[in-house]
Design a protein around this ligand. Structure first.
Ligand SMILES: Nc1ncnc2c1ncn2[C@@H]1O[C@H](COP(=O)(O)OP(=O)(O)OP(=O)(O)O)[C@@H](O)[C@H]1O
Ligand SMILES: [Mg+2]
Length: 277
């Protein structure tokens, strides 16, 4: 496909906001997909964070943590700018967009006491900013809301994903790309093993429950073909017991998982390799 470069510009001061981490993650993923869709011929996607003082009369005075998602894509024609936040407004073909993305992003920001700002120049690109009231740092932070950006600093490793379910595969691929990894995907064990031999990725992620060659069988053969490539086995709760017998616990990714969890598991799996290199 077209080349989209992803740039991360997290504020080194790491601003804090109180928000539902799950929903914020989805909002950023949504905006990133919008940005990608707007760059049919490639471009640059920049995700940045920052701390800013309130601007405009729709915001209470004070400091805000701002997450911005910027693209160098098609931009939005002036007469549509007012419409894009409407639920079900979409310019995408049937089956591609529901038109709910931006209205959800707006809803999440509002719920958290913030807002969303959109700036777009037709033919040049768009920037969407999520403004959230600044908060004091949490004492313990198992789920840092800005983990998405933090994760994405610089990993240019390549990951091969083997999953027969197209929707799941696309979700994983999109998450990994959002986190800054290069990703290849295969829909079954045979083509996955072929890709493993040819592409020599830095990490292999395999679905446990696949028709034909199962994930466990793929893992077994992958260890023969490429013994040095770390493996993550993705699995639902139901299969945990069977999986336990073949994989060390920390190589298992339980479904359903969230973007941040995938990020953590991937970083962990890649860490030993990075330490050796
Ligand atoms: N970054 C962008 N660049 C250009 N146009 C955009 C951008 N983001 C949104 N739009 C326009 O706004 C419309 C609405 O966006 P929204 O995210 O709400 O829905 P969608 O992307 O069409 O569908 P969904 O998000 O539900 O898959 C899009 O169809 C597109 O026309
Ligand atoms: Mg969208």
């Amino acid at each position: 496909g077209p080349m989209v470069r992803i740039e991360m510009a997290p504020d080194p001061a790491r601003p804090w906001a109180l928000a539902d981490a799950n929903q914020l993650e989805l909002a950023i993923l949504n905006l990133s997909i919008n940005a990608r869709d707007a760059m049919a011929d490639g471009g640059v996607l920049t995700i940045a964070t920052g701390q800013r003082a309130a601007e405009g009369d729709d915001l209470a005075a004070g400091d805000y943590a701002v997450v911005s998602v910027q693209d160098t894509g098609s931009g939005i024609p002036p007469h549509l700018v007012a419409k894009v936040f409407d639920p079900f407004f979409t310019t995408k073909p049937i089956g591609k967009g529901t038109g709910l993305g931006l209205s959800q992003v707006y809803g999440i920001a509002q719920q958290s006491g913030g807002t969303v700002r959109l700036a777009s120049v037709e033919g040049q690109g768009s920037t969407v900013e999520i403004w959230l009231p600044a908060a004091a740092p949490a004492v313990t932070a198992p789920e840092d809301v800005f983990r998405v950006e933090a994760d994405a600093e610089g990993p240019h490793q390549r990951i091969l994903v083997v999953d027969d379910d197209e929707a799941v595969r696309r979700f994983i691929v999109e998450c990994l790309q959002t986190l800054g990894y290069s990703v290849e995907a295969a829909a079954d064990g045979e083509s996955g093993l072929r890709a493993l031999r040819e592409a020599r990725p830095d990490l292999l992620i395999v679905d446990y429950a696949m028709p034909g060659m199962t994930g466990v069988e793929v893992v077994r053969q992958a260890r023969l073909v490429a013994p040095d490539v770390p493996i993550l086995l993705a699995t639902g709760y139901a299969d945990m017991e069977a999986v336990d017998r073949v994989m060390p616990m920390d190589s298992v990714l339980r479904k359903p998982f969230r973007l941040a969890e995938l990020g953590v598991a991937v970083r962990k799996a890649l860490a030993p390799a990075a330490a050796v290199a």
